[in-house]
Design a protein around this ligand. Sequence first.
Ligand SMILES: [Ca+2]
Length: 455
Amino acid sequence: MPTTRMYRRRLAVGAAVVLALAPLSYQAQASVPPPDSGWTQVWADDFTGNANTLPSSSNWIIDTGHAYPGGPGNWGTGEIQNYTNSTSNLSLDGGGNLRITPIKDGSGNWTSGRIETQRSDFRPPSGGVLRLEGRIQMPNVTGNAALGYWPAFWALGAPYRGNYWNWPAIGEFDIMENVNGINSVWGVLHCGVNPGGPCNETNGLGASRACPSSSCQSAFHTYRFEWDQSVSPNQLRWYVDGQQFHSVTQSQIGNDAWSQMTANGYFILLNVAMGGAFPNGVAGFGTPTGDTVSGRSMLVDYVAAWTRGGSGGGGGGGGGSAYNQIQAEAFQSQSGTQVGAASSATGGQYVGWAANGDWLQFNNIDFGSSAARQFTARVASGAGSGISGLVEVRLDSRSNSPIGSFSVGNTGGWESWRSIPANISGVTGTHTVYVTFTSGQSADFVNIDWLTFGR
Ligand SMILES: [Ca+2]
């Protein structure tokens, strides 16, 4: 992480934008499109970068082999390929796309690629909506030549990571799946228990349809999933090119399974499997076959997460109370910072690269009727000698005077965290909270993990 810090790029914008694109030294303008109004982008990868390089390690974990360490064999699905971190299987194409390519070697062994987000906290803000979307062209292969191809864009509940035996209670959202080069997108929810249960495992609750206008294999399409906590009952929805083709409601699967799978955040995965239960089941025989061709890539233009409405932040968690820990990366808007992933196991995400003039915005923070008198933030700094700055709190407008602040300089490193309190003038009621960063030097001077208030 420290090696990419020098490449920090100023983001001269007022709304939340692509935040986790590091290293940024070669990044062109991000082209992830803004969705219809009301959405706040909380994360994205546009896959901009040099051809034949791996996707950003700040954003992605590369899965390799035939299983997670200690997890079920063949990734629990019967798929046969060996995932690698070779750029033959997994690379940027130089034209703004990620390319995942299954390859068969001379002995008939298949390799391919699979990545999952470092972040595992994708969820709606309380009472709001989470939108996950990717623009993807499936491998351009059909008929017998496509037998066994199984591209997927999906999400798994965070507790799966490191456990691997708690599926499907932790939840799985298959935003886009496809097998055997059929012109169809499948959207599936997995939940509850296996076999059977409220999600009819191991099939899950799914629906499918043909891609609009052009086939899934011959063109890019957008695949979108929404987790909506703003409606009653809560709802999950699946779309292709903006056309809804599947939904599941809380009442359909019952409160037990629903609350289990929504108690956690999610991480996002992209992969192209080869063979396994799904393509075999659809084909009616084992795949791949001798007719299956090697080397057809899935192309991913972007993957992005947006939230709409609710309270407690774009990244989820935190709630609306000033007295909860408000995760820094749960901002609704920001300028100049980036979300970073801590390198230590105890880490998670933080907001980093903060320098003079940068800011974070948190909407609808509730201080209650009894005045808050203290502000505390967990911060770290690897700033150089002589570099320091103020972490300030302002209410309702960035041009208002700070109600409190503390000064921070080098804490021993960019992940040497300490919680620093500051007194604030008494605050009651509900406010937009701005954390602003002020320094006499231009260099980045602080990372912030979370903030909270006290009485
Ligand atoms: Ca792109």
